[in-house]
Write a new protein. Structure first.
Length: 454
């Protein structure tokens, strides 16, 4: 039985797993009787904050039957029923729920299907139906927060938001204003500690340093550190506690060993609002500097973009408290980061083919033209407007207002087009200062890469 640590969603096969028999072989248009022990397992998992979904290789009509069945429709999120491979279904589930593929666990009676997922989705876990009791035993006794117990409902509320956004006549920013989002942030009470520890353990995409929950607990209990949390609501309901920060307040500097936020609030301005609130608290307490520990990973590029956006920069030595971390900081004098607006190609091999523009100047012109187009797409701005901007225009300034989600989109487009992984090569993301600095960075890496023709 694989480890249950980090599992956010259990994905269930249908025929031979959730029920005995094959749905399509029934003479009527109903479904086989669901195994009571499996249905009870789904409910137990939900009580521990673990979601459930479905991945079944069957006809689409079975999906219609499942969604019409109240017992199933109320328990399973983002079900995938088609003739495509299970690995494809798990990718779709992860994308729809906004979680990493590595946080999924497939329960399937077929050794072939389990092997296919393990081969094509490294990190995803699988189990046979007879392993389910061991999975439940592994979760027994673990602390459960109110947010965990309500997690399935929170995701259904999120689905209602998505449907409303699709029907909304207006832009993304207008829709988010219409949602009426409100945040409350401040020092955490004792009852909020379990949720703060849960965020430290479960988050990866919006987690600054990966400090584990026991280390966080120990630092809080030892003294000298404070916990801050953020809660958010909108017209659809209560998000619950969506952010936590472990803060070491000092007379001259407030340091943040860990900032962790729920991925459910990505792209909504909540991350910037929480950071700004912490900076305001630090400045009110008399501190001159705000610092934060960052352990750059492939998963937290979006958060690194956010830090860049809010003026946090690495010092001259770039060193942090651990070998794999860097310390970012900024002064608290002057303007704090503005509250974010509530916004929520070819291959690299093609680039290395001989070019008609065979000079460095010609290549730079071409790269800048293409990156301006990517920037327009990432920020949903008219291309003609971006093309008119001066080369020294700040990417996080008012003319462009690149968001963290837009930055992730931009960096992914650059990697796909040129094979240059900006986030991996520039840990502090200093090259995102302006259009010109980003173009220079990409051109330089193309010039030193094998096969670039320069």
């Amino acid at each position: 039985m694989p480890s249950a640590d980090g599992v956010k969603c259990v994905v269930w096969d249908l025929d031979g797993t959730l029920w005995d028999g094959v749905a399509l072989e029934r003479a009527d248009s109903g479904l086989p009787e669901v195994r009571p022990d499996m249905l009870a397992a789904v409910d137990t998992l939900a009580g521990h904050g673990v979601l459930s979904s479905i991945a079944s290789r069957s006809a689409p009509e079975v999906l219609e039957r499942v969604t019409r069945d109240p017992r199933l429709a109320s328990r399973f999120l983002a079900p995938q029923i088609s003739w495509q491979d299970k690995s494809h279904a798990l990718r779709a589930i992860a994308a729809e729920l906004g979680v990493a593929v590595g946080s999924l666990l497939l329960v399937d009676d077929s050794p072939y299907e389990r092997a296919e997922v393990e081969a094509l989705l490294p990190g995803a876990r699988t189990a046979a139906p007879q392993d389910v009791p061991a999975l439940l035993d592994a979760l027994a006794g673990r602390p459960v927060t109110p947010e965990a117990r309500a997690r399935a409902g929170l995701y259904r509320t999120e689905e209602a938001r998505r449907r409303a956004a699709e029907r909304f006549e207006g832009g993304r920013e207008e829709f988010l204003r219409w949602c009426g989002m409100r945040m409350e942030a401040g020092a955490a009470g004792g009852a909020e500690l379990p949720r703060a520890l849960e965020l430290a353990e479960r988050t990866h995409r919006l987690n600054s340093s990966g400090l584990d929950r026991e280390r966080v607990r120990a630092l809080v209990e030892r003294g000298g550190h404070r916990l801050f949390t953020a809660r958010m609501t909108d017209r659809f309901g209560d998000y619950g506690i969506i952010g936590m920060a472990l803060v070491r307040p000092g007379p001259a500097e407030w340091s943040v060993p860990l900032l962790a936020l729920s991925c459910r609030i990505a792209g909504r301005g909540a991350s910037v609002a929480f950071l700004r609130r912490l900076m305001e608290q630090a400045r009110s307490a008399g501190a001159d500097t705000f610092a934060l520990d960052l352990r750059p990973t492939e998963a937290n590029t979006e958060l690194r973009l956010l830090f860049r956006q809010t003026g946090l920069r690495a010092g001259p030595d770039g060193g942090g408290p651990a070998p794999s971390t860097v310390t970012l900081s900024r002064t608290l004098h002057g303007d704090l980061p503005p509250l974010a607006r509530l916004v929520a190609g070819a291959s690299a091999a093609d680039w290395n083919d001989p070019m008609t523009e065979d000079t460095l100047r010609g290549r730079r012109i071409r790269v800048e033209r293409e990156i301006r187009g990517m920037l327009a797409d990432a920020t949903r701005t008219e291309r003609a407007r971006v093309e008119r901007l001066p080369s020294d225009t700040k990417l996080f300034g008012p003319e462009i207002s690149l968001s963290s989600l837009g930055g992730v989109t931009l960096l992914a487009a650059i990697t796909d087009r040129y094979g240059v992984d900006v986030a991996a090569q520039d840990l502090g993301l200093d090259c995102l200062e302006s259009i010109s600095t980003l173009v220079d960075f990409v051109v330089w890496h193309l010039a030193i890469s094998p096969g670039s023709g320069l």
